[in-house]
Structures are given as structure tokens and as C-alpha cells.
Design a protein around this ligand. Structure first.
Ligand code: ADP
Ligand code: MG
Length: 339
């Protein structure tokens, strides 16, 4: 009998990996926007056609890439962000897997334009299904533009599995909100089918929340600030009377990364206990800053779940500081009265 095991060709391996990283157009939006942030962009534009099914383009004014790096960026496990296994436990960037561009290029048509500040000319590369079609020297502004067209063109099953444009657009807007909330100091704009959906100037956190969720939000925000040896908390919770039927205004960011944490969510709910009706959900927009060495982000490809070293302590600090903030807000009218 002959041996039967073979290594998969790169383009097949990339397509398999893509299945994990890219579930829908919104996943591409997330990866491209995070790359723009890691490139120190100060302004990021997202351009979408047909809820991302036809086009997803992200344009940034970040540091750009050399011609060689631009070519390498589409290889799997190609990253400028970590060098060794130790770096995995002290992450300061959104990306580190070096998988996003390789995965996206495996299942779409991609056009990259990029230029570093000091280079006279930039690089343009087009790819289709992992294959480089053209590479040229071009005139292009500083920064990077990546256009992703015809997502899942070579995986009809995946393409058919996509939901209606309304649903896919909703997912894209959710990702856009998360990234924009995590980085109020960066300007963001979004365009869908040629019209402007969001235009968010760089600002502070309160202003960013208000710009996204509307002017009425301003009056309902109660600041939460706390600093302990292991955790810094900053942000806002909504006043209890503004609690919503949906969980659409619940955001945790850990070191500027949006995360889902039922456990920490429970800490907030318990701080609101007795203040909101059963079945309504308090709003919160909270940034937690912890030592990168005390968390593990590498448990899921989309990185929305993380593991904390000392979850119980975080829970206790979070709960008590939210309670404290709500308490201050509750006694405020009494103090006013005394004047
Ligand atoms: P990762 O972000 O995990 O490193 P990606 O596949 O997303 O992996 O990107 C690969 C590499 O390409 C990055 O490490 C970075 O060096 C480069 N890159 C990607 N997007 C940009 C961008 N918008 N600006 C500058 N460099 C970029
Ligand atoms: Mg990345």
C-alpha cells in the first residue's frame, strides 16, 4: 500500500482558514478596519455596496506598506505584529494571527493600493482567489486602500447562505459601531451605495457615543471612572430609567477591543439590581484597561472572547464601581437641593 497523506495546497488551506475568519461581509469590515487602526490611521473610510456583497473598501491614512510587504501581507501567517510565541501574551495590536488578508484574498477579488509616507510611489496589487493577477507601481496617497469585491465568488454555498441586505448591513453597522466606539480619537466615515451613513469626527468618548446613538443619549449617560492596581475603568452607564428592551447599547471594550462577556455583563446587571424592571437591559459603554499580560485573546479567531487571569476580582471591581456611580447620580438631586 502507498502512503496517502498529502499537504493541502496553499490556496485550499487558505480557503479553509477563511471559513473561520470570514463568516460574512461584516467579518471583512472588522478585519480591514482593525488593520487600519494597527497602522496608526487617524482617519478611516468604509465604503460598502449592496451590504458588502458587491464591495467592501476600507481607506486609511496610516503607515502604508513597502512593495515587498504589500505582496507578503497576503501570505498566511505573515504578520508585522508579533515575532515570537511570548509576544502572544503581551499583545498591543488588534491583529497578530497574520491570517485575515490571506483568508479574504482566498475567497474574493481584492485590490490593494498602499504607500508609505516617505515613498514617492505606491504599490497596487490585485488578487483573485489567492492568486496575484497584477502588481504595479502607482501614484496613490499615503496610507492603504483595500477593496474586496465579490465575496465568496468561489464558494457558492457560502454566498447563498448570506442573509438579506438589511441583515448583512446591520451586522456591518454593528462592527462599525464597535470599532468607532473603541477609538473616539480616530475619525470614521461610512458610505453605503453612494450615500453617507455615518460621519464621525475625531472627538472624546462621550461625544462619540452621542454621535453614534443620537443627541438624546447625552442626558442619560452616567460617568464611571475607577482605577485600581489591576484594572482601569472608564466610560458610561445609562441611567436606569433609560434601560432598553434590547441589548443593543451594551458595550465592553478591553484594551480598546470590543469583547463579549456574559460574566462581566452579569456584574453590571447585578449593580443595577432593583433599579431596572425585569426584562429590561441597562445601557453601558465601558472601557476596561488591563495589563495585556493578564489576558488571553488567542482563544477564538474573531477575538471577541478573551480570558482574564483574575475574572472574579474584575467582576467585583466592576460591580462596585458601577454601583458607586449610580449611587452618586441618585444622591445628586438631594445635594442640589441643599444649595
Ligand atoms: P495581522 O493583522 O494579524 O498581522 P493581516 O492578514 O490582517 O494579519 O495583515 C497582514 C499584515 O499586513 C499586517 O501585519 C500588516 O503588516 C499589513 N497590513 C495589513 N493591513 C494594513 C494596513 N491597512 N496598513 C498597513 N499595513 C497593513
Ligand atoms: Mg489584521
Amino acid at each position: 500500500m502507498t502512503d496517502i497523506i498529502q499537504l493541502l495546497p496553499d490556496h485550499v488551506a487558505n480557503q479553509i482558514a477563511a471559513g473561520e475568519v470570514v463568516q460574512r461581509p461584516a467579518s471583512v469590515v472588522k478585519e480591514l478596519m482593525e488593520n487600519a487602526i494597527d497602522a496608526n490611521a487617524t482617519s478611516i473610510k468604509l465604503i460598502i455596496k449592496d451590504a458588502g456583497k458587491t464591495l467592501i473598501q476600507v481607506i486609511d491614512d496610516g503607515k502604508g506598506m513597502s512593495a515587498t510587504d504589500a505582496r507578503l501581507s497576503f501570505e498566511r501567517h505573515a504578520t508585522s505584529k508579533i515575532r515570537s510565541a511570548e509576544d502572544l501574551f503581551d499583545l498591543h495590536t488588534k491583529g497578530f494571527r497574520g491570517e485575515a488578508l490571506a483568508s479574504i484574498a482566498a475567497i474574493a477579488h481584492v485590490e490593494l493600493k498602499t504607500k508609505r509616507d516617505n515613498d514617492e510611489l505606491g504599490t497596487q496589487i490585485t488578487l483573485e482567489g489567492s492568486e496575484v493577477i497584477t502588481q504595479d507601481i502607482v501614484v496613490t496617497p499615503k496610507g492603504t486602500s483595500i477593496a474586496v469585491k465579490h465575496l465568496f465568488f468561489n464558494i457558492p454555498a457560502r454566498r447563498n447562505f448570506l442573509k438579506s441586505n438589511n441583515v448583512e448591513l446591520r451586522h456591518i453597522i454593528d462592527e462599525f459601531h464597535r470599532v468607532a466606539l473603541a477609538h473616539p480619537d480616530i475619525a470614521f466615515a461610512m458610505y453605503h451605495n453612494g450615500s453617507e451613513t455615518f460621519n464621525l469626527p475625531n472627538s472624546n468618548y462621550r461625544q462619540r457615543v452621542v454621535n453614534i446613538f443620537g443627541g438624546k443619549t447625552n442626558e442619560k449617560l452616567v460617568p464611571v471612572e475607577e482605577e485600581t492596581e489591576i484594572l482601569k475603568i472608564s466610560g458610561f452607564v445609562g441611567k436606569p430609567e433609560f434601560a432598553k428592551r434590547t441589548k443593543t447599547e451594551q458595550f465592553f471594550f478591553v484594551n480598546n477591543r470590543f469583547i463579549k462577556s456574559p460574566y462581566l455583563n452579569h456584574a453590571i446587571n447585578s449593580a443595577f439590581e432593583g433599579l431596572v424592571k425585569e426584562g429590561s437591559h441597562p445601557s453601558y459603554f465601558l472601557n476596561l484597561t488591563v495589563d495585556p499580560k493578564s489576558i488571553d485573546i488567542n482563544i477564538h479567531p474573531t477575538k471577541t472572547e478573551i480570558k482574564f487571569d483574575d475574572e472574579h476580582t474584575l467582576y467585583a471591581i466592576l460591580r462596585s464601581s458601577v454601583k458607586h456611580s449610580l449611587g452618586q447620580f441618585n444622591i445628586a438631586p438631594v445635594l442640589d437641593f441643599e444649595h
